[in-house]
Design a protein. Sequence first.
Length: 70
Amino acid sequence: MTACDLETSVPDWIIDHPETIGVFQELGIDYSCGGKSLKYLCEKEGLDAKEVLKRLHEMIVFASATKKKG
């Protein structure tokens, strides 16, 4: 598993953190984008990249906490 950031391609986000797919779907970010970076796709969609990154990291933390409980 790699540390994902704004320069990480969206497909790599999905591979490393499949729990984030719902965030991409909700925001309308094309996760089958041919390897475009999260930053690029946020700019293309007019989204605040730092806010999207925050939501993705929150989802990862939530999923991790849920797995530990279960």
